[in-house]
Ligand binder design. Structure first.
Ligand SMILES: Cc1cc2nc3c(=O)[nH]c(=O)nc-3n(C[C@H](O)[C@H](O)[C@H](O)COP(=O)(O)O)c2cc1C
Length: 242
């Protein structure tokens, strides 16, 4: 069995350094390329069926930034950040992403039967899941899976709402990868869901099925930008071993 290292100080430092910073330092030496670097790290996050239904909309200044601050209720993290990254789920791009995966599989130098199976997964299972979820009402899809599940385990998250949740899960992993990357580079973030999603969507000209996952304020902390010591429910209260 692979030996488990006691701890990885570097990773512990990164996780420990990340805090939600509400006041950023406008005087700090800030390099916007760090954001690009960490968004490139973010897209290495895992995603459901590797569909990568994410987008990153970066807003630095100008009128759009002012309006975005307002849509974030002018909360301090938004107001004082060097830039804001709007993390978006693009459920509407499911077909494009299926095709991209199929093209990638086709381009691979792998045994034909392996490629055929991988393509069938996208072409039949994933495509049908999204197509049906878009076309049929949730109660009908749930009823079908309830019936199918009477005798064997089945996948039950088949409605459009379930797929929205699935997209948000994957996109949030990219968001966290971004924030930890920023922390590794000594930069700071504040994830925010305190905003008017309708207004933000309108500002960015996003289509109906796109959703705002969160907005991440970015910059370099002022000491007073951390509002207090970290509070966590004790590990023993949230940990179960079977
Ligand atoms: C999805 C999500 C939404 C959040 N929304 C806000 C927000 O709108 N404004 C804010 O100041 N902090 C927001 N936070 C930050 C949390 O309050 C913070 O993560 C929590 O208090 C723990 O503190 P820490 O991040 O410093 O460990 C949000 C965090 C998450 C994960």
């Amino acid at each position: 069995m692979k030996e488990i290292k006691e701890c990885s100080p570097c990773f512990d430092e990164i996780v420990g350094y990340r805090r939600s910073v509400r006041i950023f330092d406008p005087e700090a030496d800030y390099n916007p390329q760090i954001i690009t670097k960490n968004l490139k790290r973010a897209i290495l996050a895992p995603s459901s069926s590797n569909l990568q239904l994410w987008e990153f909309h970066r807003v630095r200044d100008g009128e759009l930034r002012q309006k975005l601050n307002e849509a974030c209720f002018n909360q301090p993290a938004a107001r004082t950040a060097n830039e804001l990254i709007v993390i978006v789920t693009r459920l509407d791009k499911w077909e494009q992403r299926i095709e991209a995966n199929i093209e990638f599989i086709k381009s691979q130098n792998a045994p034909e039967d392996v490629k055929k199976r991988a393509i069938a997964y996208y072409d039949k299972i994933v495509r049908r899941l999204y197509k049906w979820a878009k076309r049929y009402p949730s109660f009908l899809l749930k009823l079908i899976q309830w019936f199918n599940g009477l005798k064997k385990p089945v996948y039950r998250e088949v409605s459009w709402t379930d797929l929205r949740i699935s997209a948000h899960k994957s996109v949030a992993l990219a968001a966290q990868t971004f924030m930890l990357g920023m922390s590794a580079d000594g930069y700071d973030t504040c994830p925010m869901e305190g905003f008017d999603s309708k207004r933000v969507k309108k500002l960015l000209n996003l289509p109906k099925d796109a959703e705002i996952n969160m907005i991440i304020a970015c910059g370099i902390r002022k000491p007073e930008g951390i509002y207090g010591p970290r509070f966590r429910i004790p590990f023993e209260e949230v940990y179960y071993e079977y």
